[in-house]
Design a protein. Structure first.
Lengths: 109, 111
């Protein structure tokens, strides 16, 4: 099955800093989603992004499917951005979201 | 209005018991899923139903049985609970091939 690698595994930022999270995947994908799991455990869908670039407020995401990676940008980080970020591609020909191990982000005030 | 809801939120039970978790979505999605998140936060799909038909059945012990009475509901029944079943179970829904919305999770603790 598809392999998913996220980097960095952990990141600590001061409020106001910018960051880039990377997701590499080993096979062609039908779609790719980014999720944020907040400290209370809720999984929030940030982006559905099989290819191209999307922006939503301070967050944006880019997927380059031909090169098998996706990036999540967080600008002007806030303490509420803390949590775990997951990348989850869907392998071509399947319906399954395959989650990476996640990246723990801590934003300090 | 909660889009994907699960009950109960917490479940503490003893080894050997049978328990069920219920899930409902009011988004009109045609596909529903069960995921398991272990103590290391690793998320893995267990089952998926599309319009009440099972389309994904990962290598899950047959003590786990999903049931979809209609396309808005997907329940998970677990027989003969084991210590290793302790985890957070998430229900999710999507239009087939679309973005997934997750429920709040059910934290199952088996003692």
């Amino acid at each position: 099955g598809i392999q998913v690698e996220q980097s960095p595994p952990d990141l600590i930022l001061q409020e106001g800093a910018n960051s880039t999270l990377r997701c590499n995947f080993s096979d062609s994908v039908n779609n790719l989603q980014w999720f944020h799991q907040n400290p209370w455990g809720q999984l929030i869908n940030l982006f559905y992004i099989p290819s191209g670039t999307k922006q939503n407020g301070r967050l944006s995401a880019t997927t380059v499917a031909t090169e098998r990676y996706s990036l999540l940008y967080i600008s002007s980080s806030q303490t509420t951005d803390s949590g775990v970020y997951f990348c989850a591609p869907v392998q071509g020909g399947s319906e399954k979201l395959v989650f990476g191990k996640g990246m723990k982000l801590t934003v300090n005030p | 209005d909660t889009a994907v809801s699960q009950t109960p939120k917490y479940l503490v039970t003893q080894m050997g018991n049978d328990k069920s978790i219920k899930c409902e979505q009011n988004l009109g999605h045609d596909t529903m899923y069960w995921y398991k998140q272990d103590s290391k936060k690793f998320l893995k799909i267990m089952f998926s139903y599309n319009n009440k038909e099972l389309i994904i059945n990962e290598t899950v012990p047959n003590r786990f049985s999903p049931k979809s009475p209609d396309k808005a509901h997907l329940n998970l029944h677990i027989n003969s609970l084991e210590l290793g079943d302790s985890a957070v179970y998430f229900c999710a829904s999507s239009q087939r091939g679309g973005a997934s919305d997750f429920g709040p999770g059910t934290r199952l603790t088996v003692t």
